[in-house]
Design a protein around this ligand. Structure first.
Ligand code: GDC
Length: 351
């Protein structure tokens, strides 16, 4: 598939901003659409056509899609566990975005439609053990028991992609992202995921001189984290594939406990902290890792950036952002707002 023009829906967000830069560097004509005002986009690329619109609405979604070969749907209301556990209804409304974009892709004959799904579609029963070896295979999404709210929306939308492909010949491709991190992502405000949150907390401990850190859960829960450049490589392979169209894992298989993630961040920050475990905080599943058998078989590749390397770059970027924003003072972090009033914050998926 040779894309000449692309629209990135949710391109004001973390992954979308990086994807726009990447496509522009390849000489592709790029339209970026996001509901947030451009002042809140993580990256704004002046070479792109930048549009502020709410793709929950049919007309805006159709206008977004019109005239582009490839549609990337990264738009949804999302965040880390602290957000999705307390905003289930809001997360489910994103079903409108994918529905309208798929209908638009059908109407205007898009050559490709990429949908950013998530590891949150996997059956919760298979993620009960805090083990690094909790590798999830693509078939583990069924029988369906995904993450409540957010995961159900993702699973439904995946399914809709399948039926639009089968019934209406919209050439859909679906990746299941496993916790993506890197520079130009959310690091405060309540939607941040563990890698950015832990980096920020280490930085705050250093700045405040209070050498303690709050960790959600008991720190034994396991995850794998995918660096943004791997995510981009995978998006291209999956989108451009002429043969593979089923949902496929896009994640790192380097599993760690959250305690090990904290070890790495402490090491990068050059500090050791007293750990306070908050067992009442949002925790999500006990164990989750990406089984990469299929992606290796289909594409002869899997995400391979070491967590230590990616986290170091992320830490440095967050440190700079922190200093720029707060000038070396420690900010009081507020929890994410709950409810419909955050609709305008809908942003790119960054699973
Ligand atoms: O938020 P998250 O990165 O999402 O959390 C990973 C684990 O880290 C959780 O068990 C959480 O309790 C723990 N944790 C410890 N301290 C903290 O300060 C903290 N902040 C955060 N955020 N977590 C902390 C994600 C979803 C995404 C997406 C991906 C797909 O779930 O939130 O939207 O779909 O999964 O892989 P996580 O990995 O549970």
């Amino acid at each position: 598939m040779n894309t000449r023009s692309a629209v990135i829906c949710g391109g004001g967000g973390f992954i979308g901003g990086h994807l726009a830069a990447d496509l522009l560097s390849k000489g592709i004509k790029v339209r970026v659409v996001d509901v947030k005002p451009t002042s809140e986009w993580y990256q704004v690329h002046p070479e792109a056509e930048n549009i502020v619109a709410d793709m929950n609405l049919r007309d805006a979604a159709f206008a977004a899609v019109k005239g582009s070969d490839t549609v990337y749907n990264l738009a949804c209301n999302m965040g880390g566990m602290g957000f999705i556990e307390t905003n289930k209804g809001l997360c489910m409304i994103s079903v409108l975005i994918n529905t309208h974009l798929l209908m638009g892709a059908r109407e205007y004959g898009a050559k490709r439609f990429f949908y950013a799904s998530s590891a949150c579609v996997y059956n919760g029963d298979k993620q009960q053990e805090s083990k690094i070896e909790t590798f999830l295979k693509e078939e583990d999404a069924y029988p369906a028991m995904p993450e409540d709210g957010y995961g159900w929306e993702k699973l439904f939308s995946e399914r809709m992609c399948r039926h639009f492909r089968e019934d209406f010949k919209v050439p859909t491709r679906v990746a299941r992202f496993h916790n993506v991190y890197g520079p130009f992502g959310t690091w405060e405000g309540g939607r941040e995921k563990a890698p950015a949150a832990i980096c920020r907390k280490v930085i705050e401990a250093k700045l405040s001189g209070k050498h303690e850190i709050e960790i959600w859960g008991d720190g034994q829960q396991t995850r794998s984290f995918m660096y943004i450049t791997d995510c981009l490589k995978g998006i291209h392979k999956i989108t451009d594939s002429e043969t593979w169209h089923e949902p496929i894992n896009l994640g790192s298989a380097e599993g760690v406990t959250i305690n090990q993630l904290v070890d790495l961040a402490e090491d990068i920050g050059g500090i050791k902290l007293k750990r306070n475990y908050n067992l009442n905080a949002p925790k999500g599943v006990n164990g989750r890792n990406s089984d990469n058998t299929l992606i290796n078989k289909v594409f002869g590749w899997e995400p391979d950036t070491r967590l230590r390397d990616g986290l170091e770059k992320t830490y440095k970027w967050i440190y700079q952002e922190y200093m720029e924003k707060y000038g070396g003072k420690v900010a009081v972090q507020k929890p994410a707002p709950i409810g419909a009033h955050v609709r305008e914050k809908a942003t790119a998926g960054a699973r």
